[in-house]
Design a protein around this ligand. Structure first.
Ligand code: ZN
Length: 258
């Protein structure tokens, strides 16, 4: 076993078992000492990402040492619980991209009429292959779409958003959590940024295809969806972000088809 892997396992075991555990993972309901950093945390992130104040995962406090859930999964779970979206799912049609295990469990418990878990590159037999640019769903047939950190991977996001708008019923909702920079005024990408290293440096991850700026909410609603963006403190003020290991700066990206 490689030294790095051993040291990561030892770090995870310490975070999970050492006494004085004050953090709480809402996915596995376990108290832990701390949440593990992603790829060495912010100090190892590309300098441009640090300089541009990227809102997404808090890279220093990401992975639960007990269940492996990420901070964005914990945050989405809390947002969906507190807004009553899980309760509303009973009898509804739900389309869920890149499905997170904890969210899947809660959705099944809520009793949807139809629940499609999908991905462009599915890695589990229960997940269907669906391209967000050509979704196999009828117009106005879906009540809820969940795409947590997906749009930053999609080459033609405006086409994907038109598809989301098309399949949602009037009043239907889309949860579209996406990382963005609060300092960048306009979303940008460039066809010359085409290899892994360039994308990592420019967009923050090898498989991201653009970096969203503070125009993100306008851009995501340009297809006709109505943005209903709420901050952590508006919905989750009772949940201390440090204790629950979530990024307080990450808002809830809720969009409604009028
Ligand atoms: Zn956990």
């Amino acid at each position: 076993m490689k030294k790095n892997k051993l040291s990561r396992l030892a770090h995870a075991a310490a975070a999970r078992w050492l006494p004085g555990r004050r953090k709480l993972c809402v996915v596995c309901d376990q108290h832990v000492g701390w949440f593990l950093p992603h790829r060495g945390g912010w100090r190892n992130a590309p300098p441009l990402m640090r300089a541009l104040n990227i809102v997404g995962s808090d890279l220093d406090h990401v992975e639960c040492p007990a269940c492996g859930a990420s901070d964005r999964e914990r945050h989405l779970l809390l947002y969906m619980e507190e807004t009553g979206i899980f309760r509303a799912i009973n009898g509804q049609t739900v389309v869920h991209f890149a499905p997170e295990r904890a969210i899947v469990r809660c959705i099944f418990k809520s009793g949807p009429a139809r629940y499609v878990r999908c991905d462009l590159f599915p890695s589990h037999p229960d997940v269907e292959r669906v391209d967000m640019l050509a979704m196999p769903f009828a117009d106005a047939s879906v009540d809820l779409i969940i795409a947590n950190h997906v749009l930053e991977h999609v080459a033609d996001d405006s086409h994907a958003l038109n598809e989301i708008h098309r399949i949602l019923k009037p009043g239907g909702r889309a949860i579209l959590q996406t990382p963005f920079s609060t300092k960048l005024s306009a979303t940008w990408s460039d066809v010359g940024i085409s290899d892994d290293e360039a994308r990592l440096q420019a967009y923050g991850q090898e498989d991201h295809v653009r970096l969203y700026g503070s125009d993100i909410f306008m851009r995501l609603s340009s297809c006709g969806l109505q943005p209903c963006i709420k901050q952590h403190d508006e919905l989750l003020a009772q949940f201390d972000p440090v204790k629950y290991g979530v990024n307080k700066a990450e808002p809830f990206f809720l969009f409604i088809r009028p």
